[in-house]
Structure formats: structure tokens, C-alpha cells
Design a protein around this ligand. Structure first.
Ligand code: 7TS
Length: 415
């Protein structure tokens, strides 16, 4: 993509839409660089959810009255909007609302994995999986007897695709891979992985939690069988995530949760299942959150996903270059470029990442420190924890300068 031609974001106007960014701590304005954990919420999303509760709050799919009809239409159409946003040509049948990415992984692991996998089958993950996928498939492996294998990463934090081609075989039943690593920032060649999986008749699940918020994603083009992401990492509310699944595969799968709304006919002896996607949405769903997610998608698309991607790349490059110039800092993941997303994980020699984050916090700079739910990857990197600055549409280079100056403070304190 020729990002040079993209008009820069109007970050000043964007910031005005995020009331929380005005907060101050110790007299200093918040610098929020923890967007890979969760992003902040703009007024249009807060307003859409508030309007829902003020104007048309009701349960869905079960009321004849006006409010329930309005809520049901908004809730159902939210699936259409999500399908359009991620290029799912099958429409709402392919969009299941979950609590988050983690629940989407578990849904497939329980509803498909437990029923389909057994001894002799193999599940292939990457060494950079988030625990949401790693722990889930590891446990499904233990329960079914399927083996779990990991595609290696190279010294730059990229997937070793030769190794992928070696370990994905006719015994592979599922390949589950992260689209953008939340620790290394690596953008993985997911279409290539999906192709290798399909060459061996395996299914492919792509974890898009760190991709959908900040780059155009087209699930039809990627051709994954499943693709998942969370609303709260893309300017939307907490409590809602999305599982995209190819219609034929979702049709063939057993339900994950049982209860109201996911059935068509129930007797004391038997039950039959509702159409997609409702078969996978038991009980009262996330109605206000679905409304909020649509508002977030509208908001992001108004800005333009390609421009958001370019902004993230620019900030990541700037942060990388500032930090790489410091001999005491070790950065994880690939050099800046199209295969690095908008985050930088690093360590400052001699200072524990938690201490670093704590000094940052004294300067009202919010970063994350810890294992970022990738403990095995941290083991591989030979560190217990890392610090991570992650960017979004409202971040600026000036904020990265504040990060760098807070790092200098930490060094002096701990020297
Ligand atoms: N997959 C990836 C790649 C993630 O980064 C995360 C959350 C998840 C799955 C799980 O998302 P959830 O919405 O179900 O929690 N990652 C992070 C993080 O990096 N810091 O806090 C949460």
C-alpha cells in the first residue's frame, strides 16, 4: 500500500472526541499508550449506547412491543454492519457476537475442537500466540488427545514460514495464528498460513484482536475459516467480541452455549437449533454493546482504516527509532515497516518492566508491563516481562517524546 499518499489524520479533532484524554494525574495530562490492552471510547460510541438506554432498551427477539422491535432491529443489523466492515460476503449468518476474542476462541475450541479432534490429530499454533488461543487449544489438545505444535519465530520476531510448511501436514486439523502479535508487533502473513492449512484440509483460525482495530481486514480475501476480534480494542465498548466463521462450517458445528434464543423447537426430550448466527448466541445478548460497536465501526470508517494503518505505522516507526537509539534498550519484534503493527515492546537494562511502568505512571504516561498474556514467548525471549507502548488514532509523536523522557528519568532513578 502506498501510504505516502494518504492524508494524515487530524489528531487534534480526533482527540476532542475522547473525553478521557483530558484527564490529568499529578498535574500532568494523561498520555495513554496502552491501546493494545484496550482503546479509549469516543463520544459517538458513548452517545449511541446512552441513546439506546434512554430511547429503546428492551430484550431482543422476544417482544411484540415497539421497544423490543427497535432493539431487535438494531441488534440484528449490527451483525450486517460487522459483516460489511470485515468483508464477510456471507452476511450476518457468518457473524457471531461473543464476549470478546477469548470467548470466540473458546467457542470454536469447544463447539468444533472437542467434537472433531482426537488422538493422531494435530493443532498448529505459533510461538507468539496470546494465551487466549494458546491455553485454549493446549487444553483442548489434552482433553481430546490431539498434539499441539508451534510454528517457530526467527530472531527478528517473524514467523519461520519454512517451519510452518514443515509442521502443517495432513495430520493437522486446525491452524490457529495471531494476525498481529500483541507483544512483538509482528504482522503475520496470515493468507499464506491459511493457504498452507487448506492445502492439508485443515481449518484456520485467525486471531485478529490486534489487527481489526488498526488496518483494513478482509476476511473473504484472507480466506480463514474463523476470524475473531474484540470491540474494546477498536474504540468500541467492552463486553462484545466477534467470531466470524464460514457459514457452512458454522452450520455443521454444535452449539457452544445452550438456552433461550438459540433454539427453534424444544420438547421435554429434544431440542432443535435456531438459524445462524443465533444458534451461537444463547440468552440475552450484548445489545447496548452491539449498538456501541456499530458506532465505533462508523467512527473508524469515517476516519478511514487505511489512514489509521498509516498513522500507526508512522508512530511505531518514530517510537522504534527513538528507543533503538538508546543503547540500554532492547526492542522485541521486527524493524518498522508494513509487517510491524502500532506497538513497541522493550526492556530497559537493569530496570524491571514493572518499575519502568510505575515511573511512567508518575508522569501520567500509561503503558503496560508484564508478560502480556504471552508467557511462553517471554520465556523464549529470555525475559520474565517487557514494557509495551501501544498507539492509536489519538496518539502523537509528542506523546512518544514524553515516553522517552520518562524512560530517562527511570534510568537516572535506578542507575
Ligand atoms: N488475542 C490477542 C492478540 C490479544 O492481544 C488479546 C488481548 C486477546 C487475544 C484477548 O482479547 P480479549 O478481548 O478477549 O481480552 N491482549 C491484551 C493485551 O495485549 N493487553 O491486555 C490485553
Amino acid at each position: 500500500m502506498s501510504q505516502q499518499n494518504l492524508e494524515a489524520l487530524d489528531v487534534g479533532t480526533i482527540r476532542e472526541a475522547f473525553p478521557i484524554l483530558q484527564r490529568e494525574f499529578n498535574g500532568e495530562q494523561l498520555v495513554y499508550l496502552d491501546n493494545a490492552a484496550t482503546t479509549q471510547t469516543p463520544d459517538p460510541v458513548i452517545d449511541a449506547m446512552s441513546d439506546y438506554y434512554r430511547e429503546y432498551n428492551a430484550n431482543v427477539h422476544r417482544g411484540i412491543h415497539h421497544l423490543s422491535q427497535e432493539a431487535s432491529i438494531a441488534y440484528e443489523e449490527a451483525h450486517d454492519r460487522v459483516a460489511e466492515f470485515i468483508g464477510a460476503s456471507g452476511g450476518r449468518e457468518e457473524i457471531v457476537f461473543t464476549k470478546n476474542t477469548t470467548e470466540a476462541e473458546n467457542l470454536v475450541a469447544y463447539a468444533w475442537g472437542l467434537n472433531e479432534l482426537g488422538p493422531g490429530d494435530e493443532i498448529v499454533l505459533t510461538e507468539m500466540e496470546h494465551h487466549a488461543s494458546l491455553v485454549t487449544w493446549q487444553q483442548i489438545g489434552k482433553r481430546t488427545g490431539a498434539d499441539v505444535k508451534y510454528i517457530r519465530i526467527d530472531d527478528d520476531g517473524r514467523l519461520d514460514m519454512d517451519h510452518a510448511a514443515d509442521i502443517i501436514t495432513d495430520d493437522t486439523a486446525m491452524v490457529s495464528a495471531v494476525h498481529v502479535s500483541n507483544t512483538l508487533g509482528t504482522v503475520n502473513p496470515v493468507s499464506d498460513l491459511v493457504d498452507i492449512a487448506h492445502d492439508h484440509d485443515a481449518l484456520a483460525f485467525i486471531d485478529g484482536a490486534q489487527a481489526v482495530p488498526n488496518r483494513p481486514v478482509d476476511v473473504d480475501a484472507i480466506d480463514a475459516d474463523f476470524y475473531a476480534f474484540s470491540g474494546h480494542k477498536m474504540a468500541g465498548p467492552t463486553g462484545i467480541g466477534v467470531l466470524y466463521g464460514k457459514q457452512a462450517i458454522l452450520e455443521a458445528m454444535q452449539p457452544y452455549l445452550y438456552g433461550g434464543d438459540m433454539i427453534t423447537k424444544v420438547t421435554y426430550e429434544e431440542s432443535t437449533w435456531n438459524d445462524l448466527p443465533w444458534k451461537f448466541e444463547a440468552g440475552t445478548p450484548q445489545i447496548a454493546e452491539a449498538v456501541g460497536l456499530v458506532a465505533a465501526i462508523d467512527y473508524l470508517e469515517d476516519i478511514g482504516m487505511d489512514r489509521i494503518e498509516a498513522h500507526e505505522e508512522e508512530l511505531a516507526r518514530y517510537a522504534y527509532e527513538q528507543l533503538a537509539a538508546d543503547p540500554d534498550i532492547e526492542i522485541y519484534g521486527p524493524e518498522p515497516g508494513p509487517d510491524r503493527g502500532g506497538l513497541v515492546g522493550f526492556n530497559l537494562t537493569g530496570v524491571h518492566a514493572h518499575d519502568l511502568a510505575s515511573i511512567m505512571n508518575d508522569h501520567a504516561v500509561a503503558i503496560r508491563a508484564g508478560d502480556h498474556c504471552t508467557q511462553p514467548l517471554h520465556d523464549k525471549l529470555g525475559v520474565a516481562a517487557s514494557a509495551r507502548a501501544s498507539f492509536y488514532i489519538y496518539n502523537t509523536k509528542a506523546e512518544i517524546d514524553e515516553l522517552v523522557s520518562a524512560i530517562d528519568d527511570a534510568r537516572q532513578l535506578f542507575a
